[in-house]
Design a protein around this ligand. Structure first.
Ligand code: SF4
Length: 702
């Protein structure tokens, strides 16, 4: 038998057909009908079936009464009654803001929706944030500041139409391989198409580029501003578009006046002529688009990185047309769905804003509750800081591994150890976070649950259940709703039974769709039946529509008060940490081709270690020689926050003074602290996204 679903890894959102016998998953292949991939899968997607092994799974709830003791197996009733009791005690004694949910861009939209409704609608706090904060919240803030809404305007099909693609802060050949196949196809079909890659490393993506700009980490804004300087100087901006469809250009023009290619070349460490070439290719191309990812987002100025890149599209009027526009890719399969239901501490359902009283009233009406709290919730880093200080006393984590993925891990671990009651809802029981859980709840995972996901091009897919979950594992939405119904009466809110009495995920999706009516992402025309009948669809898809919209802003109107997009004058900051004599190397982080995130799933597939079989720090040969290092030597890598030991590898992808470690290697893989023992928790002031991409380190032989 075959069941339609999507790959649960990256934000490309490839369709898969799960092969199974009704009890066990036996294989997987790409769904030839899915518009994201038309049957193609990368190494990670094509080995998914090897991850579906019950012996690697958490099968039963486990609970401990005190921190020091081992957890014991309990039934679901005892598990959820205890959780409700402990959360209710904290809420009564310390208030609603003393509890929090930390959830995941890997949850399905329906799961996300009920978590959000439970915290904001029933408990009465906005303390629900997600690991998507680490991934794309800067893109959200950049879109909102410039285009007026968190809506990526492009489609994958634009790769086939563009004449110039500028990839900045991304390595899609590893991170989004099937999207990259489309880029390769476009280049093969139209060799004149220009590919520009901005990346400190000569990645596999950069190696295929017509022009690689190996900028120094954190200098992206200088580069984009200098490109705009050239576009202005050489008359390559679209003055009619700027006049009719934008605001704020005069201030930005003034700002970039002095940022010439020569000035930027000095800051960015690239040739001025290469900056001019990139600007000319962009400006002279009939159709140009950008693609960006965590290299821009994971920065203390991630929002302005995105805004400066988006300015190139606006200044040249290359947006809302085939092959044009700014396009951010998400790292996780359903970061987009989370954004749609308002699953971040500063958002509300259907792209509404917490700071807008009308929006809060609308959501309260839709949920049938008196109000939604105004005070913004704690974002990921703030949340763990608050827990460290004792202000968060009960935390519920779902489908994520903060003891591997958050920056400054030592502090995160201390925070988890100090929290009175930690619930972990997970498919796998051996993650780095599991030892901190007072209550472990077994969750269903890929192939075992139904719902929807939205990929990076706004395309919603109905994901189906192929087999029952193993042991006593349950779907995430089901666990949350059961908990909510038990918690409600204990905190004087018997309406929980009505609010969380869903018959199944389809009812949750129908409610979510109604919250989008009249919004930029209106999907009132979608249902599971429509998605099954028509296949995956891009939003918006309002009631009465026959198809979704491939491209936004084709009419030149933007979702701002006056319909005009905004230019933002960026703060031209550099990285939060600067190299010095003690910490002379600039460490950047990124992805491997065959691993995904914290390796909870890919780390269980032996063949995925064929590409890179163990953790290593990549260094330039000169830096290796200077330290007397040989390829394969064990080295101690120290930052101001922690240290790890791993092997050194000489790399010609990297220039002297820099280093690279893949983001995947956690404590389980390294048998010591993970890579994020080194990273820092400084974050962007608008998006609150931490600078996971960069830290300064010293390296010595271990
Ligand atoms: Fe999965 Fe992404 Fe690979 Fe597609 S490109 S198969 S979504 S990991």
């Amino acid at each position: 038998m075959e069941t339609k679903a999507t790959c649960p890894y990256c934000g490309v959102g490839c369709g898969v057909l799960i092969e199974h016998d009704g009890a066990r998953i036996t294989g997987v292949r790409g769904d030839p009908e899915h518009p994201a991939n038309f049957g193609r899968l990368c190494t990670k997607g094509s080995t998914l079936h090897f991850t579906a092994r019950p012996e690697t799974r958490l099968l039963h709830p486990e609970l401990r009464a005190t921190k020091g003791e081992a957890r014991r197996r309990v039934g679901w009733d005892e598990a959820l009654d205890t959780a409700a009791q402990r959360f209710a005690e904290v809420i009564k004694e310390h208030g609603s803001d003393a509890v929090a949910f930390y959830i995941s861009g890997q949850l399905l939209t329906e799961d996300y929706y009920v978590f959000n409704k439970l915290m904001k609608g029933l408990i009465g706090s906005n303390n629900v944030d997600t690991n998507s904060r680490l991934c794309m919240s800067s893109a959200v803030a950049a879109y909102k500041q410039t285009l007026g809404a968190d809506a990526p305007p492009c489609s994958y099909e634009d790769f086939a139409e563009t004449d110039c693609l500028l990839v900045a802060g991304g390595n899609p050949s590893y991170a989004h391989p099937i999207a990259f196949r489309r880029i390769e196809d476009a280049k093969a079909a139209r060799p004149d198409m220009k590919l520009i890659v901005v990346d400190p490393r000569r990645t596999d993506t950069a190696a295929t580029a017509d022009l690689h700009l190996p900028i120094l980490p954190g200098t992206d804004i200088w580069l984009f501003n200098a490109m705009l300087n050239v576009l202005l100087w050489e008359g390559l901006v679209d003055t009619a578009f700027i006049r009719e469809h934008t605001e704020g250009f005069d201030a930005l023009r003034e700002h970039v006046r002095e940022i010439t290619p020569a000035v930027a070349a000095e800051v960015c460490g690239v040739k001025a002529d290469d900056i001019r070439t990139a600007a000319r290719w962009w400006g002279e191309a009939p159709r140009a688009m950008s693609l960006w990812c965590q290299g821009l987002n994971q920065s203390t100025h991630g929002t302005h990185n995105g805004a400066a890149l988006i300015a190139l599209s606006l200044a040249t009027g290359k947006i809302g047309k085939p092959g044009c526009g700014p396009f951010s890719m998400t790292g996780q399969p359903n970061a987009m769905g989370g954004r749609e239901v308002g699953g971040l501490a500063n958002l509300l359902s259907a792209h509404r804003d917490l700071s807008n009283p009308e929006h809060r009233a609308e959501v309260a009406r839709l949920w049938g509750v008196p109000d939604v709290p105004e005070k913004p919730g704690l974002t990921a880093v703030e949340l763990f800081d608050a827990m460290h200080e004792g202000r968060i006393k009960a935390l519920w984590i779902a489908c994520t591994n903060p003891a591997q993925s958050l920056p400054e891990l030592e502090r995160v671990r201390e925070a988890l150890a100090r929290c009175d009651f930690v619930v972990l809802q997970e498919a796998y029981g051996n993650t780095e976070t599991a030892p901190f859980a007072d209550l472990l709840l077994p969750a269903a995972t890929w192939g075992e649950k139904e719902g929807t996901v939205t990929n990076s091009e706004r395309r919603i897919t109905h994901v189906n259940r192929a087999i029952p979950a193993p042991g006593e594992a349950r779907a995430d939405w089901d666990i949350v709703c059961d908990f909510a119904r038990r918690l409600g009466p204990l905190i004087g809110k018997p309406e929980a039974a009505r609010m969380f009495g869903y018959a199944g995920p389809e009812a949750i999706f129908a409610e979510h769709a109604q919250t989008t009516r009249g919004r930029d992402l209106d999907i009132t025309g979608l249902s599971y039946a429509v998605l099954d009948g028509k296949g995956p669809q891009q939003w918006p898809f309002p009631e009465g529509a026959s198809e979704g919209r491939a491209r936004l802003y084709a009419d030149g109107r933007f979702p701002t008060a006056d319909g005009k997009a905004r230019f933002v004058v960026p703060t031209a900051k550099l990285t939060a940490e600067r190299a010095d004599a003690r910490y002379p190397l600039r460490l950047t982080t990124g992805r491997l081709r065959d691993q995904w995130h914290g390796m909870s799933r890919t780390g269980k597939v032996a063949r995925l270690y064929n590409h890179v079989d163990e953790a290593r720090i990549e260094l330039n040969a000169d830096d290796m020689h200077l330290r007397g290092l040989e390829d394969g030597d064990l080295v101690r890598v120290k930052s101001r926050r922690g240290e790890i030991v791993l092997r050194a590898a000489a790399s010609n992808e990297i220039r002297s003074g820099q280093a690279f470690v893949a983001m995947h290697w956690g404590a389980n893989a390294l048998n010591s602290a993970g890579i994020n023992a080194l990273t820092l928790r400084e974050f962007d002031p608008y998006s609150k996204q931490p600078e996971l991409k960069h830290a300064t380190v010293q390296v010595e032989k271990a």
